[in-house]
Design a protein around this ligand. Sequence first.
Ligand code: GDP
Length: 138
Amino acid sequence: MERTLSIIKPDGVSRGLIGEVVRRFEKNNIRIAAIKMINMTKIQAQGFYAVHKERPFFASLTDFMSSGPAVVMVLEGENVISKNRELMGATNYKEAAPGTIRADFATDIEKNVVHGSDSPQSAAFEIGYFFNSFEIID
Ligand code: GDP
């Protein structure tokens, strides 16, 4: 069993896509072990995306991620890190495979509806960034 962090980004929440995204996880046998809505501060978003701090889009990305409510989830299942990345589709929605969340709903390379950890190391950091152990249900 593996765990990963998923975020329905502010564009996904404001466009009413929470149910649609959660449905896709549940339909694919991914268990939701924790879920909450947050409104990140700019500082929180900067800390979360610290690996991207040298990238030209860092300021814009952290503005966007702190622009409104987001839903953060801990997903659990076999190979859930790669399974979630498959369901999400490529970062650039124009390159995302048909039927993926980003191909179906993203409007922009930045406003791409969902986030998912890309490795066990980033999953451990990202889950711990938003959840304490009492909030994750076994
Ligand atoms: P992810 O793991 O698929 O989310 O992609 P990355 O870790 O490479 O990038 C993190 C997030 O930064 C993406 O999900 C986008 O929201 C944003 N992003 C990535 N590339 C670009 C870009 O070229 N321009 C802008 N504005 N945002 C980007």
